[in-house]
Design a protein around this ligand. Structure first.
Ligand code: MBD
Ligand code: FE
Length: 283
């Protein structure tokens, strides 16, 4: 199999996503679960599977195909991709039940910690000839009482104009379109970047194969990923989308929300400009 610069393989991004997830486990902290909790949740999951088998008269050949596919997801390193595309939005929905302040949504498989720290007005690290409409994204980070949060971190990462993420596609330079912007004394930030393109699930891997076999489309709408952190406050992980963009109503990862849609204003010089503020609740 050949890999071109234009189509990095699913195996490359899968392996990177699995490695970066394993490396993140310490930072995230893992749940210590009682046997009651494990039994309750796993019983519920298995019941869902058993019910689907009965309701659809699933056959032995289908059962074997499912096992073969599950093995290939592991071998291709695509469990982070699969889980974040098809499952994470419900975990986020549950986590957000008691969350005040700005809306969050799923993190997805392509976050990388410890990116370059930048001042409140900054241009993201990008290639000299980075393709895409220039985008100036400004705003303010506040607490839920409306007071500005100075020194808050706006950790941003997004795909390039072809839908690829640095760190997960070999042809994109390290750190491209990633950075941690620190708000000024009035909680403000202004980030210059380029507008990302919609993201397509790699079609040469097992997740892509499933999507094709089911006749679904493999796209997420164009989006910016953000993690907003401030001392003493609950971190918000979110994404921002673009009004009028393709797949907004049919995100394969089901992670859009009406509150998360930007509508940038095109300026005379071809730059798109938009404002969006964040409010964090106490930790
Ligand atoms: C992405 O870029 C993404 O944000 C998610 C949630 C899943 C796959 C790719
Ligand atoms: Fe993404």
């Amino acid at each position: 199999m050949t890999t071109t610069h234009e189509s990095p393989s699913a195996a490359d991004s899968g392996a990177s996503a699995s490695e970066s997830f394993k490396a993140s486990l310490e930072r995230r902290g893992s749940a210590a679960s009682s046997s009651e909790r494990v039994a309750t949740v796993v019983t519920g999951i298995l019941k869902g599977i058993h019910d689907a088998i009965r309701a659809n008269d699933v056959t032995y050949p289908e059962f074997q195909a499912a096992k073969a596919w599950l093995i290939s997801v592991g071998e291709g390193g695509e469990w982070p991709l699969f889980m974040d595309v098809f499952v994470e939005h419900v975990v986020e929905e549950v986590a957000a039940q008691n969350q005040k302040g700005s809306k969050g949504t799923i993190e997805g498989p392509y976050y990388l910690p410890d990116q370059i720290r930048l001042p409140s007005t900054a241009t993201l690290t990008m290639r000299e000839d980075e393709a895409g409409t220039p985008l100036v994204f400004q705003g303010q980070v506040r607490d839920i009482a409306g007071d500005p949060l100075a020194g808050a971190e706006v950790d941003i990462w997004h795909a390039d104009n072809a839908g690829y993420y640095s760190g997960f596609a070999a042809h994109v330079p390290t750190g491209n379109l990633r950075g941690v912007i620190v708000t000024d004394d009035r909680g403000r930030f202004e980030i210059t970047t380029v507008q990302p393109a919609p993201y397509q699930i790699p079609h040469d891997g097992p997740t892509g194969a499933l999507i094709e076999a089911a006749g679904w489309h493999p796209w997420r709408p164009a989006h910016l990923h953000l993690m907003i952190r401030a001392e003493g406050h609950r971190t918000i992980t979110t994404q921002l989308y673009f009004a009028g963009g393709e797949y907004l109503e049919s995100d394969i990862a089901d992670a859009t929300k009406p509150e998360l849609i930007l509508d940038p204003t095109p300026e005379d010089d071809g730059t798109a400009r938009v404002r969006y503020d964040f409010e964090l609740e106490p930790a």
